[in-house]
Write a protein that binds this ligand. Structure first.
Ligand code: GLN
Length: 234
């Protein structure tokens, strides 16, 4: 039977539309607290919906960002996992690259995960012409843990995150090969290589915290964005 309240067969994974769920990121969130920070998820390619949901679970007003006008309205931004080459090219093509760099230079809090971490990096250690957003003083290696079959879930202790190791998923993940700036803090490592780093308002994780239901890094980012916004208002 064709039941319009259910998604089509084959779409019933935890990532798909949930019956009754608002159009996450496209409509105002009725449950967001009145004073919730407005956090965008760059929605050009990648796992946007999972980040929107995680941010909402953490009390943010989460919205999709595709245009410069939408970018101008957010207090913080997530660069999701996906394909960094594709996201970088689309940032160029939609002319969001330069405005995004300008907002980062101005102190916009940004959280990059996986491909988002690659995009935030100032340098890659491979020869590449792929466009990067930059801002984070690290040299990063794409696909550093191997191919798709080498992807793995693990528990990871992250400095500043209370409550024990985080549940995280590394999917064709990058890692930091070299820290280039004095103000880069390494918050977690795998095999001696940084996989969570912070530099001022920029946070980057090599894995996907949005896929495991462990929202503690998102919660920390939402709190940092709220503090940043409140300081700017004061
Ligand atoms: N390997 C991808 C890249 O290079 C990142 C993978 C991911 O975001 N899960 O962009």
């Amino acid at each position: 039977m064709n039941d319009p309240t259910r998604p089509a067969a084959g779409l019933r994974t935890r990532r798909s539309w949930v019956p009754g769920e608002r159009l996450v990121g496209r409509e105002p969130d009725p449950q967001a607290p009145a004073d919730a920070p407005r956090i965008g998820v760059l929605a050009l390619q990648g796992d946007v919906l999972e980040h929107l949901r995680a941010l909402r679970r953490c009390g943010a007003h989460a919205v999709e960002v595709r245009t410069t006008a939408q970018l101008a309205e957010v207090d913080g931004l997530v660069l999701p996992g996906g394909e960094s080459t594709t996201i970088g090219k689309l940032l160029d093509r939609f002319e969001v690259m330069a405005p995004l760099r300008a907002r980062i230079a101005d102190g916009l809090p940004v959280f990059g995960t996986c491909a988002g971490m690659i995009l935030l990096s100032d340098e890659l250690d491979q020869d590449t012409t792929q466009p990067l957003v930059g801002g984070l003083a690290v040299r990063t290696r794409r696909n550093a843990f191997g191919r798709q079959v080498d992807s793995f879930d693990t528990h990871l202790e992250v400095a500043g995150i209370d409550g024990g190791p985080m549940d995280v998923s590394f999917i064709r993940a990058p890692r930091v090969e070299a820290v280039l700036g004095d103000d880069v803090e390494v918050l977690a490592q795998v095999d001696g290589h940084p996989v969570v780093v912070r530099q001022g308002a920029l946070l980057a994780a090599a894995f996907h915290p949005e896929l495991t239901g462990d929202d503690r890094l998102h919660a920390a980012f939402v709190a940092a964005v709220a503090a940043h916004r409140n300081a700017a208002r004061a």
